[in-house]
Ligand binder design. Structure first.
Ligand code: 5GP
Length: 206
């Protein structure tokens, strides 16, 4: 079958600060829509308990990460807490060519790099409803010192300031991650109806 704009997938980038609940929302979205793929990033950080290589991340060494950057195998990357995080180019291209939509769950730096490199990619920022909820969420993890929480809170506010650079924003209210996932699915459906992706319809009439 000839590949047309109609059956190519679209790349969606979902970013959100710590406390936005993006991990839960993205998992929800993927589990209820199996044709949407989630890109598995490469990272040099160590796996956390329960994380599997190739599922949550491709866990690789710093040398290997730098080799992949040099070889042009990484679409975008950033350093976060002294570790590299990056998106493998091949996986993204393959999903799009197969006609699958693909989601990158990445931080703001990487999001802006991809937006510039991949034409028609769509950026979505997920935010908590307000700063009180944000702080409550960061504190409720109970694993971090006051100083770290303060740092994360400041960083979260800096990231949210970049909201106007995104195409869409969605608010993730407490206990409403399923509703939030469906709102993102609504954006995905709407993007497919843009005439940019549907213009082949004309061929059926002329
Ligand atoms: P964590 O260590 O908590 O899994 O991730 C830390 C941060 O890195 C999160 O904000 C996450 O969205 C971001 N991240 C994960 N993978 C990538 C990636 O491939 N590229 C970029 N730019 N950020 C990533």
């Amino acid at each position: 079958m000839e590949m047309t704009e109609m059956n190519k997938g679209i790349l969606f980038i979902i970013s959100g600060p710590a406390g936005s609940g993006k991990g839960t929302v993205v998992r929800e979205l993927i589990s209820s829509h199996s044709d949407i793929k989630l890109s598995v990033s490469a990272t040099t950080r160590s796996p956390r308990p329960g994380e599997e290589n190739g599922v949550h991340y491709h866990f690789i060494t710093k040398d290997e990460f730098e080799r992949r950057i040099k070889n042009g195998e990484i679409l975008e990357y950033t350093t976060y807490c002294e570790n590299y995080y990056g998106t493998p180019l091949k996986e993204v291209n393959e999903a799009l060519e197969r006609g699958n939509d693909i989601i990158l769950e990445i931080e703001v730096d990487g999001a802006m790099q991809v937006k510039k490199k991949i034409e028609n990619s769509v950026t979505i920022m997920l935010t908590p409803p307000d700063s009180v909820t944000l702080e409550n969420r960061l504190r409720s993890r109970g694993t971090e010192t006051d100083e770290v929480i303060k740092w994360r809170l400041e960083r979260a506010k800096e990231e949210i300031r970049l909201l106007p650079d995104y195409d869409y924003s969605v608010i993730n209210e407490d206990g409403m991650s399923d509703k939030c996932a469906e709102q993102i699915y609504g954006i995905i459906c709407a993007e497919h109806k843009r005439t940019l992706h549907t213009r082949d319809i004309i061929k059926k009439f002329i």
